[in-house]
Design a protein around this ligand. Sequence first.
Ligand code: ATP
Ligand code: MG
Ligand code: MG
Length: 282
Amino acid sequence: MMHWSLSRQSSWVQLAGHQGNFQLSKGGEVLKLYSEGEAKCLDSLMRDPLRPFVPQYHGLVTRGDHCYIRLEDLLNGLRRPLIMDCKMGVRTYQEEELKVSTKPNLRGDMYQKMVKVDPSALSEEEHKCRGVTKWRYLQWRDMTTSTSTLGFRIEGLVMEDGSVQRDFRRIQTLAQVTEALLYFTRSHLQTLEAYHSRLLALGDALKNSTFFRKHEVIGSSLLFAHDHSKASVWMIDFGKTTPLPDSMELQHNVPWVEGSREDGYLIGLTSLIASLGQAINK
Ligand code: ATP
Ligand code: MG
Ligand code: MG
């Protein structure tokens, strides 16, 4: 699923997602392939206390046969930026995906990805079929990364020379996250402090956000970006963020059990803040 890509033109670098989903645009904007759910989220976010923490949303535009969401380019103005994408939450699949995958539709591509990392994780039966269900794969990926324990995982980094590093997805402990943050920031204290205070401010905004209370936030990332003079973090990727029924609200800081729709977003935020705190004091 994940196509790591790097397209560099001015400062634009795409760290995750399918490359075809994005187009460069003039005037400090990026275009992301339209999805109704994501457009609705961005529209509400423009009227929420979270607005300063998301890319500004400028509506829709058609290019060729496709419709795109117009977003503020968060890398605009940064020179040779270092970028980190952290996928937030204690799970990265929707409960819906779990239901769909109860159909015994076996995926050979997902089997191959698992074999590459850890053949011993697969049962005899799975080896025989050379396939696994999507649900099995997604759950395995969340369990073998820090997603299920720390509430987020580092999807990848882009360093200042444009090289993409994605080995960090195997990280399991907070101490390893701290090491990764020190590497990413080159232990630069001001950068670490800027990230730390921005995440504390995000925590406050989340407390006051109606959007956050009323949405299940799955597969969304915090995008960290800094250069020699600036550092900031934003919430991105609302493709799998869904509104809750009228009577329902989420706490976001408790583990998920099937049917609760809890996403553990705040568990991840707390881990990241703690790790930045450790990095600052090293
Ligand atoms: P996936 O669901 O696989 O994570 P996606 O197609 O939903 O991918 P996003 O996660 O929204 O795409 O974005 C992919 C990457 O593009 C991000 O990791 C980031 O590097 C870059 N990106 C996305 N939005 C912006 C933005 N507004 N400004 C700058 N960079 C962005
Ligand atoms: Mg993403
Ligand atoms: Mg996405």
